[in-house]
Design a protein around this ligand. Structure first.
Ligand code: SF4
Length: 344
């Protein structure tokens, strides 16, 4: 008879468990995708909301649980809900509102690459988002034509290697952090091997809508890169920032990453001095500096969010009266063909 020694038992106990997908991926997969379900969870009668079902045919709902829990139950005007629940407004056609408002199709020299500005390029790193935002200027973007395979990434990387004027790579999407850590580590390692690249910028909403995305695996590859790292979050309202978001920001800062935020000025979401001031204050308390306040890009289906320029300027003037200068975001518009954002 064979008797197992304690050492055998110990080895057995230490056997590696089957690898589970990271918690954030389960949350991504479990996001609410049905407008009726979203309304039910918030105690709202979908029949109060004109066109919730029809709007869904034009714009898909996707709301992770962690974001949903920050919405006010029973309030159809909740500023977070307004950003994600499509209504009959999605079907409005408004002159000047088009599918590619920033004319990005004219600036894609390689698959997945947008090169509009001097010194920096934008890489469409993931076609997926963790949340679908109704005002997004890429809501009609042809992601299927701009999702490179690894072999196609080589051509994109070659564009960066050949142009020594490019010093900054911006990972965008979709949401770049919707890609797996394996894919991102592969890409960032290749970017860091390009000697003239200095900075890596990541435009993401994932740390906000699924704070668990900022986990040890992500911090490993991001923290290890020689490139200077900047994460530009996208938060439009103070209610988006709860303790889990604050903690995710703290993990990024502890890894030496600079945190900035960009917002979009949205009718019914943040179009008041009080809302914008509260956002700046809460961002700074979380270690994030307000960076840009964008006026709406004229993307088809989102005209109902527009705040006219004169009103936007008045809001910013009011904001200046209540905030210190370092908490003031810059009010800008992106104009196709311009070499940078245009201050308003
Ligand atoms: S790209 Fe950003 S703004 Fe657009 S839907 Fe995705 S998360 Fe929202």
């Amino acid at each position: 008879m064979i008797t197992r020694s304690p050492a055998h038992l110990q080895r057995h106990d230490e056997a590696k468990p089957l690898a589970l997908p990271p918690a954030w991926q389960a949350q991504l997969a479990g996001a609410v995708r049905d407008p009726a379900e979203l309304c039910r969870r918030l105690g709202l009668d979908a029949t109060w909301l004109p066109g919730a079902e029809q709007g869904h045919a034009l714009f898909e709902v996707r709301v992770p649980e962690a974001f949903l829990t920050r919405m006010r139950p029973g309030d159809p005007a909740d500023p977070l809900l307004r950003q994600v629940l499509p209504l009959d407004q999605e079907a409005w056609t408004t002159p000047g509102y088009v599918s590619d408002p920033l004319e990005e199709a004219a600036h894609t020299p390689a698959r997945g690459l947008i090169h509009k500005y001097h010194g920096r390029v934008l890489l469409i790193t993931s076609p997926a988002c963790a949340v679908n935002c109704r005002y997004c200027f890429r809501r009609h973007f042809p992601y299927a034509e701009n999702s490179p395979s690894r072999a196609q990434w080589e051509a994109t990387l070659e564009h960066l290697r050949r142009d020594a004027s490019i010093t900054e790579a911006i990972l965008s999407g979709g949401d770049p952090l919707a890609a797996s850590d394996r894919q991102l580590a592969w890409l960032v390692e290749r970017l860091a091997a390009i000697p003239h690249l200095r900075r890596l910028r990541i435009h993401t909403r994932l740390p906000v809508v699924i704070p668990d995305r900022i986990d040890a695996a992500l911090l490993d590859w991001l923290g290890a890169s020689r490139l200077q790292k900047v994460v530009v979050l996208h938060i439009n309202h103070a209610n988006e920032i709860d303790q889990a978001v604050v903690d995710a920001c703290a993990r990024l800062k502890a890894a030496g990453i600079t945190l900035l935020n960009q917002s979009v000025l949205l009718r019914g979401v943040n179009d008041s001095v009080d809302a914008l001031a509260a956002l700046s204050e809460r961002l700074f308390a979380a270690g994030v500096l307000p960076y840009y306040l964008h006026v709406l890009d004229p993307v088809a289906g989102a005209a109902h969010f527009d705040v006219p320029d004169a009103e936007a300027r008045e809001l910013v003037a009011g904001l200046r009266e209540v905030l210190p200068g370092f908490l003031m975001p810059r009010l800008v518009r992106e104009i196709p063909g311009e070499g940078s954002k245009t201050p308003l």
